[in-house]
Design a protein around this ligand. Sequence first.
Ligand code: 6PG
Length: 236
Amino acid sequence: MEVLIKESPTEVARALAAQMVHWYGKGELKNIALSGGSTPKLLFDILASDFRHDLPWEALQYFWGDDRCVPPDHEQSNYGMTRQRFLEPIGIPETQVHRIRGEADPGLEAKRYSAILSEQLPLEGGIPRFDLMLLGLGTDGHTASVFPHEAHLWDSPEFCEVATHPDSGQKRITLTGQVINQASRVVFLVTGDSKADRVDEIFGKKDPYMTYPATRVAPVNGTLIWLLDRAAAGRL
Ligand code: 6PG
């Protein structure tokens, strides 16, 4: 596990952007699972501006680690946010974009997206393998859309599951633990002091850290990188 601490959320996003260019140069970046949340927004803005010409972004394949079951133009759609800030400004062809259809029936969509992953990605031990999996950490210890009250979804034999947000009841589609942990590189992007307690508990193995789905992230044949800003690392 690698831990990188940067001064600000912008510096976190810039550090990841620079790493992506580096990994691409080594031939190690083709398939990416994107996440929602606030730090990826910054990342997409930076990729579409300062890093626009640093690699052929249109040559990569884009997937999502989770999305909300809302239509693509809904303000809560992770795909919609990514389209607006990154895919459209850069002009990524639709053939490269594999979105979760938030407007579809959730159960059917979880099955359809599982099949897409199996078709589009290299398989290792029968499990789709991403080159890069971006994750965020929720203040309740969730990651992707596996929440503590549905922690069993992490261990699902499926590649995708339907999750339910604990407060709003909103349905979401999420990748499960076996797919997340099959990635070559998993990067947590975590910023802000609201995350400092969770980061401290997870890193220090302090109770109730085992109840946090984020604790279960441990690539079986890959690298785990935590990219934190100073505020999120404030209790380390
Ligand atoms: C989502 C996510 C989710 C997110 C965390 C952290 O769609 O909501 O993918 O897992 O990454 O909740 O979000 P922030 O970066 O906004 O704190």
